[in-house]
Design a binder for this molecule. Structure first.
Ligand code: AMP
Ligand code: MG
Length: 395
């Protein structure tokens, strides 16, 4: 058994790189950029009109030079730039249009009356209003998104505006999700009295989806030969195996023995933590396959996956996953030998974490009430209200 910080270090040491790939902008949300992104033009790319109204030449005087202007025509958004032909002419103009030559001020329709081809300005108005000047947001060639950033929906808009219909991102590992256990049946099956529906595989599948990975689902019964055959093939085919169940001390927990037989090097088995102590982690050196074998209790699988695999994945994709910190709302008994993942809710006002009651690591239903887990390192003295600790927000 090793302490939790050592286990995490060992996991992070096994980070891999999977190269980069070019993908369509439409698939890029949630992926990690593998290139720096620069603006290809000034933003805005021209003096952009910000209101519907008329464009005049104001010349920075205290008031517009004339009380009324002849309407020369219309400058619509998406039309090439027009020119004011005379100082006493105006152009009707629309939001998003390019400012006409000679024009320097927009008077919105609300402040103008147009009658028989002339625009009457209803009040003395300041010059230079309602123009979003070329290059005022950013200049051509500026760095706007850096390599390693996780692409958000807002970033997708930025990428679109600078003309990136394809984008280079970190390639993702191929992941197999393998549930084990003779008691498990499929979600759409009616379990018999001694059976349960499998849930871990779907939690893991959904967790991977959040990172853009489409995991492949497998199930293997607690049978040595079946495990041997299936795992041998899966080790070859995938970069990562996520197993749940079969790593504790039961008579049918064969996973560690079979992985050993198949040449997967054990890096550690059992971590000084609760829940999730029987976690087994290893790697097949020549195939470069990483194996995260979680104990099957749903809360154990959950915390181990979102603590260890998630940080391993981010490290492999070139990014640190900084855990957020929260304050404790109450005292919590510590354990001198085990780090504790404690299920909490956050106070809506103060944000402080309150521990939740639950029935241990098999209590999947407790996850419905939880907002996340605080991680309390092993120590002899209890945790006190106001202490700041790591927080693993529920995914
Ligand atoms: P194990 O780690 O195989 O000893 O399993 C521990 C507990 O977790 C047992 O009660 C199992 O039935 C349960 N369990 C194992 N795998 C799953 C799964 N995929 N979904 C839900 N519960 C599971
Ligand atoms: Mg089992």
């Amino acid at each position: 058994m090793i302490p939790i910080h050592e286990a995490l270090q060992q996991v992070l040491k096994q980070r891999s790189t999977y190269g980069t790939e070019k993908i369509s902008l439409l698939e890029a949300k949630g992926r990690f950029l593998a290139e720096d992104i620069f603006t290809d033009r000034d933003a805005p790319p021209f003096d952009r009109v910000m209101m519907d109204g008329i464009a005049i030449q104001h010349k920075d005087l205290d008031e517009p030079p004339a009380a009324s202007y002849k309407v020369q025509g219309i400058q619509a958004a998406g039309s090439p730039q027009l020119s004011l032909q005379e100082e006493t002419y105006c152009l009707e103009i629309m939001t998003g249009a390019i400012l006409p030559h000679q024009a320097d001020t927009i008077i919105p329709y609300e402040e103008v009356e147009i009658k028989e081809g002339r625009a009457y300005i209803q009040a003395a108005k300041l010059a230079k209003r309602f123009i979003h000047y070329k290059g005022s947001d950013s200049k051509k060639g500026e760095l706007i998104l850096s390599k390693g950033k996780k692409i958000t929906a807002a970033d997708i808009g930025l990428l679109a505006t600078v003309g990136k219909s394809t984008v280079s991102v970190a390639k993702l590992p191929k992941v197999a999700i393998i549930s084990t256990g003779d008691e498990l049946v499929e979600v759409d099956q009616e379990p018999q009295a001694h059976q349960i529906r499998k849930s871990n595989a779907y939690t893991l599948w959904a967790g991977l989806m959040e990172e853009g990975i489409t995991g492949k689902l497998y199930h293997i019964n607690d049978d040595k030969e079946a495990l041997r055959q299936s795992l041998a093939a899966l080790l070859e085919e995938f970069d990562v195996l996520l197993l749940s169940g079969g790593v504790s001390k039961g008579k049918f927990d064969h996973i560690p023995e079979i992985l050993h037989e198949l040449g997967v090097k054990k890096i550690f088995h059992r971590v000084a933590q609760r829940p999730g102590k029987p976690f087994w982690f290893g790697a097949h050196q020549s195939l470069n396959t990483k194996v995260f074998a979680y104990p099957g209790n749903p809360v154990s699988t959950y915390v181990n996956h979102f603590y260890y695999f998630q940080q391993w994945l981010y490290a492999s994709l070139g990014k640190d996953m900084a855990l957020s910190r929260v304050e404790l709302a109450q005292s919590i008994p510590s354990n001198p030998a085990l780090a504790l993942f404690v299920s909490v809710r956050l106070d809506p006002k103060s944000g402080a974490a309150k521990a939740l009651n639950h029935n241990g690591s098999g209590d999947l239903f407790s996850l419905a009430q939880t907002e996340g887990f605080v991680l309390l390192p092993a120590r002899g003295t209890d945790y006190m209200p106001g202490e700041k600790v790591d927080f693993l927000a529920l995914k």
